[in-house]
Design a protein around this ligand. Structure first.
Ligand code: NAD
Ligand code: GLY
Length: 359
């Protein structure tokens, strides 16, 4: 097991990464100190891992809430179900929620933990690659609004993250690829060596090679932990973690949160951000090709198809990075260097979004 730290003063917490963690009683005992514990999970993950986690937590009396599976359930209604259960169980302020699942469960359970009695402990037990490399770290919690992704939420850091890499063995290939999109993101925004490593090792990652997975999860968490430590509330550098997300979140909302997986939408959004960067005279054509080639090799989509530029531009205006000075985008100067900048003119974006109008 490897352990990193997210350094945030009294809200600092460990990220444990390794095989077999959800059954490690000693680690769970250290990580979950509350007497009252609610495990929040979903109907796909529960049959796979709930009993194992409960057995590992045998010293504690736990309850479990099994939610329906899917991004379309990342809503205020599902959030209310978690709060209802906490009240039914008469949970106190010193209770703890354990999020067992992917980013949807982590974001929902985290938001419930942030809100219940103005904040209780929560522990992240991420079981998707995307959640292990990104969503379980950093304390962003949220639910979606029908028109805008993650629009209702709070910053609430977990007290611990336990990323059990064994759980990735049961992840469908499409979900694995979705997680790779966020690893590519880290390479693009700050770490050209990680990007080159992905070019050399993408097949090992897809084949769930233990060494490749351990490296990718650890390096991603190191990068995210370092960024969150200097900018917890996204006043500056943390915005770079949203490369591709302004386009991606718009695509997700337009598709009713059911067409594209989050990571797939991020991959398409990353390609759109790369093309916009090239159009601005920043990113070279050769770097654009390297990005497209890597995303395709990972099995990710690079084009949406069938989504109108006007619909995209409209949905993008609801992005959380848009302020009184208008829409802002994370763009690339080169592989390994990103900047948050005012979005180019609408006509430029329209050309990037719809390079062959009428075709
Ligand atoms: P997800 O939570 O929907 O999980 C993907 C699918 O895999 C689901 O069907 C799930 O039931 C299933 N699953 C989970 N673990 C499994 C396992 N071990 N074996 C088999 N199936 C398993 O999706 P995700 O990609 O993990 O997360 C996407 C969500 O995360 C989005 O809502 C996105 O907005 C959010 N997100 C949040 C942050 C953040 O900082 N809070 C960052 C990135 C993404
Ligand atoms: N996924 C973006 C962030 O955590 O800031």
């Amino acid at each position: 097991m490897e352990t990193l730290e997210v350094s945030l003063g009294e809200r600092s917490y460990p990220i444990h990464i390794g095989p077999g963690l959800i059954a490690d009683s000693a680690l769970l005992e250290r990580s979950v100190t509350a007497e009252q514990v609610l495990i929040v999970t979903n109907e796909t993950v529960a049959p796979l891992y709930l009993a194992r986690l409960e057995a590992g937590l045998k010293a504690r009396r736990t309850s479990a809430l099994v939610l329906p599976d899917g991004e379309q359930y990342k809503t205020l209604e599902t959030f209310a179900r978690i709060v209802d259960r906490l009240i039914e169980l008469r949970f106190h302020r010193d209770a703890c929620i354990i999020a067992l699942g992917g980013g949807v469960i982590g974001d929902l359970a985290g938001f419930a933990a942030a809100s219940y009695q103005r904040g209780i402990d929560f522990v992240q037990v991420p079981t998707t690659l995307l959640a292990q490399v990104d969503s379980s770290v950093g304390g962003k919690t949220a639910v979606n609004h029908p028109h805008a992704k993650n629009m209702i939420g709070a910053f609430h850091q977990p007290v611990s993250v336990l990323a059990d890499t064994d759980t990735l063995a049961t992840l469908p290939g499409r979900e694995l690829a979705a997680g790779i999109a966020e690893i590519v993101k880290y390479g693009l925004i700050v770490d050209p060596e990680l990007f080159a490593w992905l070019e050399d090792n993408i097949e090992r990652l897809i084949a769930l090679d233990a060494g490749a997975l351990a490296h990718a999860v650890r390096r991603s968490c190191e990068i995210k932990a370092a960024i969150v430590a200097v900018d917890e509330r996204e006043q500056g550098k943390r915005a770079l973690l949203n490369l591709g997300h302004t386009f991606g979140h718009a695509l997700e909302a337009i598709g009713g949160y059911g067409s594209w997986l989050h990571g797939e939408a991020v991959a398409i959004g990353t390609m759109l951000a790369a093309n916009t960067s090239h159009r601005q005279g920043w990113l070279s054509a050769a770097d654009c090709r390297r990005i497209e080639t890597l995303l395709r090799r990972a099995g990710l989509p690079v084009k949406a198809g069938g989504v109108g530029a006007d619909d995209m531009l409209e949905a993008m205006t609801l992005d959380k990075k848009a302020g009184r000075h208008g829409l802002r985008l994370v763009l690339l100067r080169r592989i390994g260097e990103a900047v948050l900048t005012a979005a180019p003119e609408r006509e430029v974006l329209r050309e990037v979004l719809d390079p062959e109008p009428g075709a």
